[in-house]
Structure formats: C-alpha cells, structure tokens
Design a protein around this ligand. Structure first.
Ligand code: GEM
Ligand code: ZN
Length: 376
C-alpha cells in the first residue's frame, strides 16, 4: 500500500499506512498560515479490500462544521469524481471505501488542475471574441491571466468576474469554465445579445500559487486574498493588486466574486449591503438578479446564506464590498457548496463540477435579465 500527494494541488501527510483498516493521515497547513481543509491524495491499494482512512486533524480545520454531513470525492480516472462514505466524529474525518481498482484519488472537492487552467486560457484565446491579457507574476512566478470578452467601448457596461481567490474552492473555476463556454458560444442568443451592450473581464483563477500548493484559503505567502482589497500590495497580494488596478482602468458596472462554502449545503449570494454607498437602486437590481436566477434554476436559493451586514458595517477588505463601494455598483460574492444542494441532493455525486459549470451558464441568463438596467 502507498499514499502520495506529490502532484498539482496535492495535500496530505501520511502518519501511518501499514494496514488498510488503520490508515492515519493529516492535512497540511497552507504555507505560513493556520488555515487548512483542502486535501487531495492518491492511494495505491488492494482492490476489494475496505480501506479506512482517518484524517486525525480534521477537527482543527478552518471550518469544522464543513465536515458535518460531508462526503469526500474519489476518482479512478481523474475525470469522474463520486462521493464515498465519510463520517466526522467531532475530531477526526473517517473515509471508508472498498476500491474497485488498484489505485484511486481522493479529494475535498473535484480538483481543477493548473494544466486545465492553462488549457482554459488558451482555449478562450482562440475565440475572436476574446483578448487574453497577462497582468503580471504571482509570488511563485506563475501568470495572472485576464480574459476580456467583447469589444470594449465607452457605451459598454463593464462586467467583472473573479474566481478562486480561495484556491481550495475549486468549484469556482469549474463555474467559470461553464460561464465562458456559453459566453464564447457564437450561436448562443443570450451571449450574443449581452456582448452587444457589455464587455466582460474574467479572472478564472485569482490564486494560481495556492491552487498548485494544495492550499485551502491563501496565496504562497499565506495571505487570504479576500481580505486584501482595501490595500493590496505587490509584496503580499500581487494577485489583487494587479486586478484592482485593471478595474480602476476599465471601471466596473457589475461584479461577481465566485467562491465555495464549506458548511452551508446551498448555492447563494452575499451582497454588499453594508457598504456606505449601498442604496435602494442597487438593492432593487440585486433583488431582480436573485429572482431571475431562482426562476432559471432550482439550484439557487435565497433562504440560506450569510448574515446581511447592517448599513455601514461592511468589511471593506472583502472583494465584493470593496469593489461595490469603490465603483458604486452591484457586487456579489457567489457561494457554491462543498457538500451538496440540500434542496436537490444527488446521493452519488453531491455538488459537482458539472453542476458548477451549469450554474455558470445559468448566471449568464440572469445577467441578461438585468443588463439593460446596469448603468453604462
Ligand atoms: C467569505 S466571502 C466574504 C463575503 N461575506 C459577506 N458576508 N459578504 C470569506 O471570504 O470569508 C466566504 C468564502 O471565503 O467563500
Ligand atoms: Zn472563498
């Protein structure tokens, strides 16, 4: 038996792996950080034998409530990822699985590899609708990639979408893959109509270094990028620094920051109700967007989500708040679940990459419904 995590986004420490029914593991912290929760490893095993894998430090993870009602994902071919029996006893996460093949991958959610990210960027660049812009290097020297979709113009509405500030929230980049597949489809009426009045600025991965390093929440320096939007710096948070500078150059009329949530088994958005400039026009537009998205898909709901900030109390280091305030625009954080959509559960796969992709496509339809009301 052998266990490894020596690959893109790999994260596990092996404590003991002598007997299949007594495997002891621990998740590694993000670099220079106390955060951890993302795991991704490969087991070489005896098919047909039950393997019991205990993550002994699960109780100290960033969001322990995320383990309640959670099941790990597994894959033989790294394409199809299914859920496996998993229990949380208050301190340890225990994965029980009888592999059908001689090796199997396990992860917190379906991984989105850096190779796939680079393929997505070059695929998008093939479209005559898309301009690919290099914003600058990350702390580990990877590329920050911006995709501009549509012809910029003073009369155009500027729609900004960022994803995966928190690298372990891989559903965010699966969402972007679906969003782009529709936006760049020159036979899709919604996409074609949107591109007549809007230009899209899309960052598929805000945190390439944390993604490859197998982090949950931070960049190479252990910095939570979603607390850097008030004063980003090249030394700590170049990822945010580049993007905010580009936003300043283009302007922003609508902003969506795409994340995953460890604990709540729902898809939801969090607005910028607590920023000083929040007003009734922004509120009404936001309510219309949510109503439209609920009418388009049962995967979205408004009953469950984060507490709404009281007026003037928003944390202005958070992206959706900082951008909503600076550009006086409608701004949302969109959250997808690591577990499942409790309103429409799938016992075999839970929330998944395909459902994240579909939600990305559906959000484009909701955007179409409010595009004419966005200021230009
Ligand atoms: C959040 S996203 C922050 C937005 N919160 C509210 N209430 N507007 C974070 O960054 O902590 C969750 C996440 O990381 O996905
Ligand atoms: Zn997040």
């Amino acid at each position: 038996m052998h266990i490894t995590a020596q690959f893109d986004s790999g994260n596990i420490e092996v404590i003991a792996a002598h007997e299949p029914d007594a495997i002891q593991l621990a998740i590694r912290n993000d670099n220079k950080s106390d955060f951890f929760q993302w795991f991704h490893f490969k087991l070489y095993c005896e098919a047909g034998v039950e393997h019991i894998m205990t993550i002994v430090n699960a109780g100290q993870a960033a969001y322990p409530d995320g383990w309640v009602g959670y099941e790990a994902v597994a894959s033989y071919d790294r394409e199809t990822w299914f859920r496996v029996p998993t229990e949380y006893n208050g301190s340890e996460l225990v994965i029980r699985h009888i592999p059908e093949q001689e090796s199997v991958y396990y992860a917190y959610f379906t991984p989105y590899s850096y190779e796939r990210h680079m393929d997505l960027i070059q695929w998008a660049q093939q479209s005559s609708l898309c301009e690919h812009i290099y914003l600058g290097p990350t702390l580990d020297g990877r590329d920050m990639n911006l995709l501009v979709i549509g012809e910029p113009g003073d009369h155009k509405k500027k729609i900004w979408v960022t994803a995966r500030q928190h690298p372990g929230e891989t559903m965010a980049e699966w969402f972007i893959e679906g969003f782009l597949s529709r936006l760049l489809d020159d036979e899709d009426g919604v996409a074609r109509s949107l591109l007549e009045s809007c230009v899209f600025y899309v960052i598929p991965n805000m945190n390439p270094d944390g993604s490859v390093r197998g982090h949950l929440r931070t960049n190479a320096a252990g910095v939570n990028l979603n607390r850097e939007w008030a004063e980003p710096s090249l030394e700590k948070s170049p990822e945010v620094y580049y993007v905010l500078n580009m936003m300043q150059a283009t302007g922003v009329d609508f902003y969506l920051d795409v994340h995953g949530d460890e604990a709540l088994p729902y898809n939801f958005v969090a607005g910028s109700e607590g920023v000083p400039s929040y007003n009734d026009d922004i509120h009404q537009l936001g309510e219309q967007f949510k109503r439209l998205l609920m009418a388009i898909t049962p995967e979205f709901q408004v009953e469950h989500g984060y507490e709404v900030d009281a007026p003037g109390t928003a944390n202005l280091t958070v992206a959706s708040n900082a951008v909503g305030e600076r550009f006086k625009c409608l701004a949302f954080t969109l959250e997808m679940p690591f577990k499942d959509n409790a309103n429409l559960p799938d016992l075999d796969f839970g929330w998944s990459a395909p459902r994240s992709q579909q939600l990305g496509m559906d959000v484009l339809s909701a955007l179409f419904g409010i595009a004419k009301s966005l200021r230009s």
